[in-house]
Design a binder for this molecule. Structure first.
Ligand code: SF4
Length: 66
């Protein structure tokens, strides 16, 4: 099982807190929307991924095991 960071595009408001807080996991596109840089999330970045899930004000991020 691996952990994947899921972005709910309908919920995302493009604040940038996620890619600003975890630039090793997320970047942004030209519209300011988050783009995943790693998938699945490496074990040594799981704590950071959990952190960005918790700080997203729109609850647009989640971790999924599969
Ligand atoms: S913090 Fe949440 S709402 Fe803001 S850009 Fe990231 S996913 Fe979107």
């Amino acid at each position: 099982m691996a952990e994947h960071l899921i972005i709910d595009r309908n919920a995302c408001a493009g604040h940038g807190l996620c890619y600003g807080g975890a630039p090793e996991i997320l970047d942004c596109d030209d519209q300011g929307d988050p783009v995943l840089l790693v998938d699945p999330i490496p074990d040594d970045q799981l704590d950071k991924a959990r952190l960005v899930v918790s700080i997203c004000p729109e609850r647009a991020l989640s971790l999924q095991s599969r």
